[in-house]
Design a protein around this ligand. Structure first.
Ligand SMILES: C[S@@+](CC[C@H](N)C(=O)[O-])C[C@H]1O[C@@H](n2cnc3c(N)ncnc32)[C@H](O)[C@@H]1O
Length: 266
């Protein structure tokens, strides 16, 4: 999925795109309850750091079709999801029914939304979405706006140090019998084309984008937007069953996801 490929451009776009044009592909791949990686790794990590109490209210930013909703409801909390893609939101509404609130909206401009109130939420989440949302600063300012003072923000994303789309991949060191992770670029923020849709160069055609940023950019943006990081976990993919030692070691030791919890300062 993320083998080395052509170099992305430095980030300079004004705002990220919705995944509306690839909604059917995404639903086919992940379903409304999430892919296997969602269900086994990303959602459990998110729920652990959110530590939701019954009755609390969560805003899931860049929610897609609301894959996080069932786990939030099972914890007795209330779920509100927001995404820029009307098709993903419509699919989520059909799948989850009236039990959850799903809104079409722009993650970087929540304060302009007529459907949300300032400081309405106890917790906010970016489940595998923040690396697809740009600008980062505006997305975090929005999350701060939506949370009450002391509210928790949890980000689960593909690990920005090891899983840089098109700029990292696995390799084999025959001499040492090791599988290693190769990182081609890291400190430069990149705007990387991902999933193509429509006809290249034609009206309606294009690609979804992913925004690589080094870890220091996330820390700086959280701090500048009034958040204090209080927990961080690095999550490896499960070791493939029956595979050789080199494969098991590298899968278990080089994380796939990074989870960060930050508290909104007063
Ligand atoms: C990889 S999907 C993740 C969706 C969902 N959280 C999940 O885990 O299934 C990234 C999502 O971010 C949304 N997105 C990207 N930019 C956005 C923006 N500026 N405002 C709101 N949503 C955005 C896309 O529409 C897409 O649904």
């Amino acid at each position: 999925m993320d083998e080395a490929g052509p170099v992305g451009r430095k980030t300079k776009r004004p705002s990220s795109r919705s995944w509306d044009a690839v909604a059917n592909w995404y639903i086919g791949w992940a379903g409304a309850e999430g892919s296997r990686h969602h269900r086994e790794l990303a959602i459990p990590a998110m729920m652990k750091l959110l530590a939701l109490q019954p009755g609390e209210h969560l805003l899931d930013i860049g929610c897609g079709a609301g894959a996080l909703a069932p786990a939030v409801m099972a914890a007795g909390a209330r779920y509100c999801g927001l995404d820029k893609s009307p098709r993903l939101i419509a699919h989520g509404r059909r799948h989850h029914g009236g039990k959850v609130r799903l809104l079409v909206g722009e993650a970087t401009k929540l304060a302009a939304s007529s459907s949300l109130r300032r400081e309405e939420f106890d917790a906010a989440s970016f489940l595998l979405s923040l690396q697809d949302i740009d600008p980062l600063d505006a997305a975090l300012a929005s999350a701060r706006w939506a949370l009450h003072p002391g509210g928790r923000l949890v980000i689960v994303m593909t690990h920005p140090c090891f899983r840089i789309p098109r700029q990292s991949g696995w390799g084999w060191d025959e001499a040492r019998g090791l599988r290693y992770r190769r990182i081609d670029r890291y400190l430069t923020s990149l705007d990387i084309p991902m999933q193509e849709y429509g006809r290249k160069g034609r009206a309606g055609g294009g690609t979804t984008r992913s925004y690589h940023r080094p870890l220091q950019s996330y820390f700086a943006a959280l701090s500048e937007n009034g958040f204090l990081i209080d927990a961080l976990e690095e999550i490896p993919a499960p070791a493939p069953e029956g595979e050789g030692r080199a494969l098991r070691l590298s899968s278990g030791d080089i994380p796939l996801f990074l989870a960060i919890r930050a508290l909104r300062r007063r």
